[in-house]
Design a protein around this ligand. Structure first.
Ligand SMILES: [Fe+2]
Ligand SMILES: [Fe+2]
Length: 166
């Protein structure tokens, strides 16, 4: 192989690596936008549900979790912007898309479980896109989701003391 061919090969390899990274970044951006929407909707749903809870301390706990989800959404939005993405549209309850805001606590608990898995997936994308800062953020959020799941399970079982399939 002559020098020119070697150079061309090297260049092509670099281009395809850049391509791969760009592709991973796009996938990561999409995942973050999805997560942003879910966090926002979850925060709304938790707030709505808290209104129905007749015990102050449990209601406060739900509102705390709702605040944490809102904070997650804000942190995700920062990274979405860094990646050049736009603020994703969130469902407007006033427009009749209230599906998530009418979720009961058990469904919210399910959502938390799914979020936990979703963050695993997004974390892998962050690694592929070589965004260590985002990978760490997603890891931190994921740990908090695990905590929420425990807290919600506790709240649900206090409100509805039936045996729950764990
Ligand atoms: Fe969250
Ligand atoms: Fe959560």
């Amino acid at each position: 192989m002559n020098l020119l061919e070697k150079l061309e090969l090297g260049w092509r390899k670099l281009a395809s690596e850049l391509d791969g990274k760009q592709h991973a970044e796009r996938k990561l951006l999409e995942a973050l936008q999805r997560d942003y929407q879910e966090e926002t909707q979850l925060a709304e749903a938790l707030k709505k549900q808290s209104e129905k809870v007749p015990y102050d301390h449990l209601r406060r706990k739900l509102l705390e979790i709702a605040e944490a989800e809102k904070h997650h959404a804000e942190l995700l939005l920062e990274k979405i912007r860094e990646l050049g993405g736009e603020t994703p549209e969130t469902a407007d309850p006033a427009r009749g898309d209230a599906a998530l805001t009418t979720l009961d606590l058990l469904k919210i608990l399910e959502e938390e479980k799914e979020e936990y898995a979703e963050y695993l997936n997004a974390r892998a994308l962050a690694k592929e896109a070589e965004r260590e800062d985002i990978r760490q953020l997603l890891e931190r959020i994921r740990e908090e989701e695990a905590l929420h799941r425990k807290e919600l399970l506790d709240i649900v079982s206090r409100l509805n003391p039936l045996p729950i399939d764990r």
